[in-house]
Design a binder for this molecule. Structure first.
Ligand code: PEP
Ligand code: MG
Length: 915
């Protein structure tokens, strides 16, 4: 809920309304927090002399006030301030709001700080009533147009302000039902075939429906209409789809939306009118081309809603060359002014161009990177700005799989190509077809890969889109809802695939001219880079970047995406202060991480090295041993595995640092569970099944995460530490003998007191010294600790005395700091996020105020004793950009994350350094 924290005394003096009218505005582009993105940019465009219809913006503070004061408004807002702002618009245009002769009509639109496409409400043609419609008819000389506007307005008002739009998509909108009936009666198919009398009849029927369904009459008074529309816009900030969208995009609820009231210009007044949307560059590929769509004789929503498939902007150059040239000029002005790729909305009224919106255009990860690097080359921005422009998560899209080209070709050659649509969101996706959002979500929850297939999408589909690998639509262009939202989510999307015939009722789709039926649950594959839709599964494979980095089969000269990526990473490395390490336990993981730029291993979880083959048996034998002699037998079996694994890992890492953590197995993860497993193990380790069961019983823990784990295990059974340290040092000696430098960092887990670390360190040092003297090789090593228990964090001055380094285990530190189980919090965390108790899942992005504070205290305390104490983070948070920024600010030396997140962490670290 918005909360202005406003002081009631000062509320009266506050400025709530900002006007904009040709060439001068009270706001500008820097005022997004107050005016929302749309309002700020309308003001900016007016200021730089672009043709913007005049209007005014009610600031986000009005929205905050509205929610803080039981949905009421600041004093005088409707009595004097709005009328004064309206008067400026009236004077500018020479029209009057509510004037039966020459009426001013306005649009009322939402506009938050961050764009939320299609999530909130809009009302067009406001100010029409039974009298003004006649004035508009006379003034425009086009009664059909005037009555069509009125018809649209009444239905929009009914849907949005009077809440008649059914929340359930399966129910039909009452106005659509009336319209369909009318068309059937007349035997026509298109809205454009309706005559003036038909439209008048429809207006009457719409009003009747409003009265019947709401008990209220449609308001004829324009002031009342305006108040209703403004309230509807503010209410729409908290509609379900806006809330879902905010959650997905980490937009806080307290921001609120602004509300823009702007003079209408008409794209639907005749054939010399039209409307369109465009990107100043290609939003999917980043290519430097003007990319847009338009429709003649249409209103703005027709293009975005995807109900009529629009024409490409190039065609406007043929049909209206003067307008096209003016648009090209505006494209260049805007790019130079904003130094970014812009997304614009325009309307042509009687051959005159008006700009209705501009904002920084949403783009794919690939386009974001290409545009930023191109703009650097064009001298528009510098390398620091390139780094600031790219959200680290966008790199994910570049690293995503593509189809195996051979498999795809084979599929197409065998006739499985169903159709080709628009390549709206690049990447390759394969999955089972579902035709609505709920089914898609259910299938996804069952673990299926899903392709959501819709005739067109609307904001209600957003949850289903989120659950899907890819989205396929029958209608709509590159700027349709499906395309915009999919790109932003980083989903694969093929839009406007006009030959599909989707039948929701039958749960199937057909393809025009082909004898093929795809039923719900069957596989299809979609290529969001080419627009192809293929029946059945097609194998996916690594992206171009992975191909160059890992497979090394592709020459970088033939890999333009790789080259851009590489340039970006070089700039990131130039500015970042943090080192980036990886969490890896296997040489192949380490190799991938190195190709992504990892500078060391920040966490090798040794217990993970026992998952493969029959190693788990020896591990279980060790855990289940009754006494030290039994344990030593098992440890002797584990030693060679460990030594070889460490050797492989050290070798793969070259001379880069490697942190090896001593065993930290929550016992329940390693014990056999089923009778069959127990019987099988019994045969292997020379115990009876009954003996094993009894031992498991005796080891049972009510809360294994807080039980015999971490350093506690080694304190009870030092022989485990001895085996592990021997394996580490022997492997290091071998590496050293081969001429490679290595300084293993031995890390003790789950320490809460310095005494635990001292006892464990003593065993480590004793063992290491004895191996070093046995081997006669001068290996150096460090001994440090995880800081993952709150007590350790706040006694870090003591712990630092016994440690060469700290690594923050933020998984456990979050679990213990919040008292919230790592494994069970899935039950309630979604609700917590919904209620904004946490903005992000604290197991994904560090809880800066709580867990982050523990880390800061620990870092300060630790370095108060050892100023050069090396500090890192190795919890899952290490690859999260917001956490990386926190680590930079806290002065850590490195972050460690999973291999595929290394490039993301590199970029995030550079951005943090540039803040
Ligand atoms: C941690 O707790 O953050 C950590 C890295 O250790 P693990 O996830 O293995 O408990
Ligand atoms: Mg841990």
């Amino acid at each position: 809920m918005p909360n202005s924290h406003a002081n009631e005394e000062s509320a009266a003096a506050k400025k709530y309304i900002y006007s904009f009218a040709g060439g001068a505005a009270e706001g500008d582009a820097s005022m997004k927090n107050l005016l929302g993105g749309k309002g700020a940019n309308l003001a900016e465009m007016a200021n730089i002399g672009l043709p913007v219809p005049p209007g005014f913006t009610l600031s986000t503070e009005v929205c905050a006030y509205y929610y803080d004061h039981q949905k009421t408004y600041p004093a005088n807002l409707f009595e004097t301030e709005i009328p004064a702002a309206l008067k400026k618009v009236e004077d500018y245009l020479g029209k009057k709001f509510g004037d039966p002769e020459n009426p001013l009509l306005v649009s009322v639109r939402s506009g938050a700080r961050a764009s939320m496409p299609g999530m909130m409400d809009t009302i067009l043609n406001l100010g029409l009533n039974d009298k003004t419609v006649e004035g508009l008819a006379r003034k425009s000389g086009n009664p059909r147009f005037a009555w069509d506007c009125y018809r649209r307005f009444v239905s929009m008002y009914g849907d949005v302000v009077l809440d008649l739009k059914p929340a359930d998509k399966k129910q039909i909108d009452p106005f659509e039902e009336i319209l369909e009936q009318k068309k059937q009666e007349l035997g026509i198919h298109l809205d454009t075939e309706l005559g003036v009398d038909d439209l008048k009849d429809l207006v009457g029927k719409y009003k009747k429906a409003i009265l019947e369904k709401t008990g209220k009459t449609f308001p004829e008074n324009p002031e009342e209409q305006l108040r209703g529309a403004i309230s509807a816009v503010f209410n729409s900030w908290n509609n379900e789809r806006a809330i879902v969208y905010r959650k997905l995009n980490h937009i806080p609820g307290w921001w609120g939306t602004a509300c823009n009231v702007q003079a209408m210009v008409f794209g639907n007044m005749g054939e010399d009118c039209g409307t369109g949307v465009a990107f100043t560059r290609d939003a999917a590929t980043g290519d430097n081309i003007f990319y847009g769509e338009f429709l003649m004789n249409a209103q703005g929503e027709d293009v975005v809603a995807g109900t009529r498939t629009p024409l490409k902007i190039e065609q406007l150059a043929q049909e209206k060359p003067a307008i096209y040239n003016q648009l090209e000029e505006i494209r260049s002005i805007l790019e130079k002014h904003y130094r970014d790729m812009m997304d614009i909305e325009f309307t042509i009224e009687n051959d005159k161009l008006f700009m209705l919106q501009c904002r920084v255009g949403k783009r794919t990860g690939l386009a974001a990177i290409k545009i930023a690097v191109d703009m650097y080359n064009e001298g528009l921005i510098d390398e620091k700005e390139v780094l600031r422009r790219i959200e680290p998560e966008q790199l994910n899209q570049l690293l995503r799989p593509v189809f195996d080209l051979k498999e795809k070709k084979a599929a197409i050659d065998s006739g499985r190509l169903l159709a080709t649509g628009l390549n709206a969101g690049p990447g390759a996706a394969t999955g089972r077809v579902y035709f609505n959002a709920d089914d898609a979500m259910e299938a996804n929850a069952r673990g299926e890969k899903v392709i959501l297939v819709r005739i067109e999408t609307s904001p209600e589909d957003i949850k289903g889109m989120n659950a899907a690998e890819g989205i396929l639509t029958e209608r709509g262009g590159m700027t349709s809802h499906a395309a915009l939202v999919a790109r932003q989510m980083g989903k694969v999307c093929v839009a406007g695939c006009g030959t599909l015939r989707i039948d929701y009722k039958a749960g199937e789709m057909r393809v025009a001219g082909k004898d093929i039926v795809i039923k719900e649950g069957e596989y299809i594959s979609i290529d969001g880079t080419t627009g192809e839709v293929i029946a059945g599964e097609v194998k996916t494979k690594n992206s171009e970047i992975l191909e160059v980095l890992i497979d090394k089969t592709l020459d970088p000269a033939d890999a333009p995406t790789f080259r851009i990526y590489n340039q970006l990473m070089q700039w990131a490395d130039k500015y970042r202060k943090l080192n980036i390490r990886t969490n890896a336990d296997q040489p192949d993981q380490a190799e991938i991480a190195i190709t992504f730029g990892a500078e060391g291993i920040g966490l090798c979880r040794t217990e993970h090295m026992f998952f493969g083959g029959d190693r788990i048996d020896a591990m279980r034998e060790m855990i289940l041993a009754d006494d030290i002699a039994g344990r030593k037998v098992a440890l002797d079996k584990l030693l060679p595995y460990q030594r070889d694994d460490f050797y492989g890992l050290f070798k793969a890492m070259g001379s880069r640092p490697v942190t090896v953590r001593l065993l930290d197995p929550p016992l329940h993860e390693f014990l056999p569970h089923t009778d069959a497993e127990i019987d099988d193990l019994a045969g292997k380790i020379g115990k009876t099944s009954a003996e094993i069961k009894a031992r498991i019983e005796s080891l049972h823990e009510f809360n294994p995460m807080l039980g015999l784990r971490g350093c506690r295990l080694g304190i009870l059974h030092p022989e485990i530490i001895v085996m592990q340290v021997r394996a580490i040092i022997e492997a290091a000696c071998r590496i050293k003998q081969e001429g490679q430098e290595i300084v293993p960092e031995i890390m003790v887990p789950l320490v809460s007191t310095v005494k635990e670390l001292e006892i464990t360190s003593e065993v480590i040092h004793k063992t290491a010294r004895s191996v070093i003297s046995e081997q006669g090789v001068g290996v150096k090593y460090l001994v440090g600790t995880m800081i993952e228990v709150p007590r350790a964090a706040i006694t870090s001055d003591q712990i630092a005395q016994a440690a060469d380094f700290f690594s923050y285990g933020t998984n456990d530190l979050t679990q213990m700091g919040l008292g919230m189980s790592r494994d069970d919090s899935g039950q309630f965390l979604p609700i917590y996020q919904q209620q904004e108790i946490f903005a992000r899942n604290p197991f994904e992005s560090i809880d800066i105020d709580g867990v982050g504070r523990l880390v800061s205290i620990s870092a300060k305390e630790g370095r108060s004793v050892k100023p050069d104490l090396k500090l890192g983070i190795c919890g899952e948070h290490g690859g999260d950009p917001a956490t990386v920024e926190f680590c930079h600010k806290t002065g850590l030396n490195y972050v460690s994350c999973s291999p595929f997140r290394v490039p993301i962490a590199r970029l995030a670290a550079a951005r943090a350094a540039l803040l």
